[in-house]
Design a protein around this ligand. Structure first.
Ligand code: SAM
Length: 339
């Protein structure tokens, strides 16, 4: 198959693929999988609904043909997927992929970190919303100590991973952790990224008044530290990056709410049951699993993906901003599509 450049209706190329490998998580973060909804009787996807590793690899190869260069594995919690390191090993062999990353809450890194590294994974995004233990235990809904994640971050760095830490900021919930987190990760020379609380899904009770936007976080950090903006690394880079002037260590902002970046969005997403989405805020996906399992050829699957991308017009965050608030849509959940 020939390598194509496929563009959507807003001239955005397809470059990145986020693959969710499970809809399950060991955390019940209040803003993502609140306990009240994701309780003991919640029906997660049955095993045979999940894409197999072979199916994921087959699809990924087709996406690479269409221009994808970066892969990120996500979930749910991707380390809950049995033997996910084997998938990494399979994906690492695909020619044309420049970068594979994985996003995790870090709890199982002691257990699986070295296997993931041996399989070829080099980049981890580790989610951590507080270093204060009480705050973190409350937020993750499972009473897990921040010390566990901090120790696992150290472990991941010690075995060679390049690590970034992601903190979702909610006003009045964990904004008092912005400065302690900044200090801690500045000293560790680990890039810290602040994510604006987003109105993904329908279950987290999102309200604009709970969002602390980049401008306010920068102001708070600048009152203590000297930081300066850094130029974009490449087209479509999601984080707006800054650096500490003294140590050079980096902080970044994911400004989905205050400064939407839809115009340079090059990401496609596949849910763990094989639905293709072109936006985190989508409400409908294209069933690739059905295509694969009904015996369609790689060429037919490629044409279907190409069609989905070429007809893509979405720019939810821009429309939310124009609308001055959440758009009333039946959106899919973050834990299902993967962050
Ligand atoms: N379990 C993995 C993890 O913790 O990184 C991967 C999945 S998780 C859904 C991916 C990221 O999305 C996490 O950093 C999480 O904090 C973030 N996230 C979830 N809901 C969010 C929301 N409403 N707004 C902003 N970020 C959110």
């Amino acid at each position: 198959m020939k390598k194509d450049q496929v563009l959507d209706q807003r001239h955005r190329p397809l470059r990145d693929l986020r693959i969710s490998v499970t809809d399950r998580c060991n955390f019940r973060c209040t803003y993502c999988m609140p306990k009240e909804i994701f309780g003991d009787d919640y029906q997660f996807l049955p095993k045979d609904h999940l894409l197999t590793f072979e199916e994921i690899v087959e699809l990924t190869k087709i996406f690479v043909e269409l221009g994808v260069k970066k892969i990120k594995l996500t979930g749910g919690e991707p380390l809950l997927r049995k033997d996910v390191y084997k998938l990494i090993a399979m994906l690492s062999k695909i020619e044309g992929i420049h970068d594979i990353g994985l996003t995790t809450n870090g709890v199982y890194l002691k257990k699986y970190g070295s296997k993931l590294y041996e399989a070829g994974l080099r980049r981890l995004n580790i989610s951590l919303d507080a270093i204060d233990d009480d705050t973190f235990r409350r937020l993750n809904g499972r009473d897990v100590s921040a010390k566990t994640v901090l120790a696992n971050i150290d472990y991941a760095v010690s075995i060679g991973f390049s690590v970034k830490v992601n903190m979702v900021v909610q006003k009045g919930v964990n904004d008092h952790q912005i400065l302690p987190m900044t200090e801690y990760f500045k000293n560790k020379r680990i890039p810290l990224r602040f994510i604006e609380f987003m109105d993904v899904g329908n279950t987290n009770g999102w309200n604009m008044k709970d969002v602390l936007i980049k401008k306010d976080i920068v102001k708070m950090i600048s009152s203590v530290y000297s930081i300066e903006p850094i130029d974009e690394n490449y087209f479509g880079e999601v984080a707006k990056r800054y650096r500490h002037q003294d140590t050079g260590s980096e902080i970044g902002f994911i400004t989905s709410v205050s400064e939407p970046f839809c115009s340079s969005c090059t990401r496609a997403r596949i849910s763990s049951d094989g639905k293709l989405y072109t936006c985190l805020y989508a409400h409908e996906g294209f069933d690739l699993r059905d295509f694969i399992r009904s015996g369609k050829s790689p060429e037919e699957i490629k044409m279907a993906i190409e069609r989905v991308w070429q007809t893509r017009k979405d720019q939810y965050s821009v429309e939310r901003t124009e609308n001055k608030g959440m758009l009333n849509k039946n959106k899919i959940e973050m834990s299902y599509i993967g962050g």
